[in-house]
Design a protein around this ligand. Structure first.
Ligand code: ZN
Length: 357
């Protein structure tokens, strides 16, 4: 008997079986999907969240900006110094980077030294020379002193397209410290003596700026026995503070006290807090001293620190002290540090040419 073929009544082929099976699987999977996440619903809107930089990432980012700004410090040289964010920030949110060289393990340092560069953003050499000295300490730090070093306190001033002395809000950080005469004298000094020079604006109130507040907090927390502040371009040394004999000469720079100002770091730290403060005024803001001069200033500074600054309260180092005493044991390491730096530099075949900044 012939059974007529009929498409609708014919038994399913094996390929039809497979198609139905796939549809059943797909249907099952769709039914099992949670209601809250239908396949057609767009993903929920989320705000754009930039990844937060790690402290190391923040330091690296700033090193790139510094290296691209200064001719005398390249990015890798900055990265190699292993600077870390101090926790302090500029007005525009740049980290104030520091490097710490602690005393030798288990040893009380001869003194704590706070070294600051770049308080004024257009004094390029004051930043570059501190980077050079960091490199020397990386090689020769013996642990005699406890160093805390910020090569660039005013990053906003330096790192804008046209560098400026003041911070991002136009405040001269070196007039913004809480000296006793600030309320009475700082504005009048600015108006009368500087004729409202915008480069020397002391700010609306003492410590109104995050950068000066950071220095102030560092002084309070670190409690340095001496502060070294690097500036330019007066080509001299300044000194404030009662507890040490000032250095008469560092390299080619000679002591020539300039006095202090309402709100200046010298008046605040040196005169009022009694912390010796050496202000190194390099000769040019935009031209680095020669390699030899950079080394000589550093060696003389370390020698002066070794002979004059120690954690034992006030010392009397009057002019009556005729010559430096024989090198005591505690000082020998610092001197060997300076002398090692000297030997190292002297061994270099030719100093690199002075680079303009
Ligand atoms: Zn300055």
């Amino acid at each position: 008997m012939h059974i007529p073929s009929h498409p609708h009544s014919s038994p399913p082929s094996s390929s039809q079986d497979m198609a139905i099976s796939w549809w059943l699987i797909l249907l099952t999977v769709m039914l099992l999907l949670p209601d809250s996440c239908p396949a057609t619903e767009p993903p929920p809107e989320s705000p754009l969240v930039l990844p937060r930089l790690t402290p190391q990432g923040e330091a690296q980012k700033l090193c790139h900006r510094i290296g691209n700004k200064l001719a005398s410090v390249n990015v890798q040289e900055c990265l190699d110094r292993n600077l870390a964010p101090s926790g302090g920030q500029s007005v525009e949110g740049a980290p104030i980077l520091i490097r710490e060289y602690p005393p030798a393990e288990g040893r009380t340092p001869q003194a704590r030294v706070l070294l600051l560069g770049g308080i004024h953003g257009d004094e390029y050499s004051s930043v570059s020379i501190v980077f050079d000295w960091l490199q020397k300490l990386d090689r020769f730090h013996t642990g005699l002193f406890h160093w805390r070093i910020a090569p660039l306190v005013n990053p906003d001033g330096l790192l804008r397209s046209e560098s400026q002395r003041t911070n991002a809000r136009g405040v001269d950080l070196n007039r913004n410290f809480p000296t006793q005469d600030w309320d009475r004298d700082s504005e009048q000094y600015w108006v009368v003596r500087t004729d409202r020079d915008p480069r020397r604006y002391p700010g609306p109130s003492p410590l109104s700026e995050p950068e000066s507040s950071w220095i102030h907090n560092e002084i309070m927390a670190f409690n340095p026995h001496v502060i070294i502040a690097v500036h330019a371009p007066f080509g001299l040394l300044d000194f404030d503070g009662p507890r040490a004999a000032p250095p008469q000469r560092l390299g080619h720079l000679y002591l020539d006290p300039m006095g202090t100002y309402p709100g200046s770091l010298g008046r605040f730290a040196g005169v009022e807090k009694g912390i010796p403060i050496v202000t190194i005024e390099l000769t040019h803001a935009g031209i680095m001293p020669t390699e030899t001069e950079i080394r000589n200033i550093w060696m003389d500074l370390v020698r002066w620190l070794s002979a004059n600054i120690r954690d034992e309260g006030p010392r009397v180092m009057a002019d009556s002290v005729p010559t430096p005493p024989a090198i005591p044991d505690a000082n020998s390491k610092a001197l060997s540090l300076a002398e090692s730096a000297s030997r190292d530099t002297a061994a270099r075949p030719t100093p690199p040419p002075v680079r303009l900044q």
